[in-house]
Write a protein of this length. Structure first.
Length: 163
């Protein structure tokens, strides 16, 4: 492939998203602190963009530590989601993890307000519409690969394959 071929299409961003659980609760981040945050007002799991040279596991461990102060171990890869043109014409490709093993104390996160939410109350939160769909898949034994199509922060369609 020559240089001009590799430049075609949308830019791509690799990222992780992690749901930390304990005692039938999930640690969620209420994104209300940063001006201009594309997730403003939403509740999310923890995670973020890959640094150069990182594996998905290295990225999720670092991101959870930076955002929460917790050191996670044994992150379980549950799925992979593509979000075509999710932000500024950039395709996001996100590795979804579930974690129950961690140490440390929560910090005051610069990303938002951290809160342990009862699992049976998660869907009462202001979540992205796609999150309400794929978060239910986290408890399945099957791995999922999905694509969620958003336009102007509205979910238009999705597809999934379970393995």
């Amino acid at each position: 492939m020559n240089g001009s071929e590799s430049d075609k299409g949308n830019p791509m961003q690799l990222a992780t998203l992690c749901y930390v659980r304990k005692n039938k609760q999930t640690l969620m981040l209420h994104r209300i602190k940063k001006a201009g945050d594309m997730h403003q007002g939403k509740w999310n799991g923890l995670g973020g963009k890959f640094h150069k040279g990182e594996s998905p596991e290295e990225c999720v461990i670092r991101e959870v530590k930076e955002e929460s102060g917790l050191t996670i171990t044994n992150p379980k890869l549950k799925g992979f989601i593509s979000f075509p043109e999710f932000s500024k014409n950039t395709d996001w490709h996100v590795f979804i993890f579930l974690v129950e093993d961690f140490t440390g104390q929560l910090i005051d996160s610069g990303e938002g307000v951290l809160e342990w939410i009862d699992n049976d109350c998660l869907f009462d939160l202001e979540l992205w519409d796609g999150d309400k769909i794929f978060m239910k898949w986290l408890d399945q034994e099957r791995f999922f690969s999905a694509k969620f199509i958003y336009r102007e922060k509205r979910l238009l369609d999705y597809q999934v394959i379970f393995y």
